[in-house]
Design a protein around this ligand. Structure first.
Ligand code: CA
Length: 238
């Protein structure tokens, strides 16, 4: 079952907290309720949140101070919640990196709409970052940032550094013939002599990892006298 997201409510007033929790729960969110900063940190250790509703006036460390600490390591969506109509807190909260701000008593329907939008936006930003570094071909997923190659069956396929560099260069130029020389430029040739065979050896190794029949490659094709071409429609995931 999929939730619309995980919402972490940091609020010391039980009635407000329970009301908020009930409302978001009913709207299909997974909700965690905590009443102070210490509980916030333990909740985040247990798992990430898609949105934090952060009360400003809390016992112990206040919401602004918690937000400041949070922003040192996390870009999680935050809506500050306060009882005061004071502009100073609002401005400070936004400057410290809150995405939005609501004043009690708030309209729960409006808060839900804002929360929904914010979760959608932050997800888009996160996914576009992942998308830019990901290529897929025929069920395979190659992620440049995490340096992972995953087979259509979902298995991790370990790549040596040379194999990774080579595949990365080929996938960035789908359908284009790359000469051995230009491929050598992409491969960090730390461990071997920069001779032509290097690329051929790496291509052979890669084929054994990604081709169902390495002797009749479908993806990594030899163009005689020129070099190699990656023939699948490698693309950014839709
Ligand atoms: Ca409070």
């Amino acid at each position: 079952m999929t939730h619309s997201g995980h919402i972490l409510i940091v609020e010391d007033e039980a009635v407000t907290r329970t009301t908020l929790a009930g409302y978001f729960d009913k709207a299909g969110y997974r909700v965690t309720e905590v009443e102070d900063g210490a509980a916030l940190w333990s909740a985040l250790e247990a798992g990430p949140a898609d949105l934090i509703l952060l009360d400003i006036e809390l016992p112990g460390e206040d919401g602004l101070s918690l937000l400041r600490q949070l922003r040192q390591t996390s870009e999680v969506a935050v809506i500050m919640v306060t009882g005061k109509t004071d502009d100073i807190d609002r401005i400070l909260g936004l400057e410290l990196g809150a995405h939005d701000y609501v004043t009690k008593p708030f309209n729960t329907r409006e808060l839900l709409a804002r929360a929904k939008n914010l979760i959608r936006l932050t997800r888009q930003v996160r996914e576009s970052g992942t998308k830019a570094s990901t290529r897929t071909f025929d069920g395979w997923v190659f992620n440049k940032n995490s340096r992972r190659l995953t087979s259509p069956r979902g298995e991790d396929v370990p790549l040596t550094r040379g194999e990774f560099d080579l595949l990365s260069a080929l996938l960035s130029n789908p359908g284009r013939v790359l000469t051995r020389d230009s491929l050598l430029d992409h491969v960090s040739h730390r461990d071997w002599d920069p001779n032509d065979r290097t690329i051929d050896v790496l291509v052979g190794r890669l084929r054994r990892k990604i081709e169902s029949d390495p002797k009749q490659p479908r993806f990594l094709v030899t163009v005689h006298g020129l070099g190699y071409v990656f023939t699948s429609n490698s693309r950014e995931p839709a």
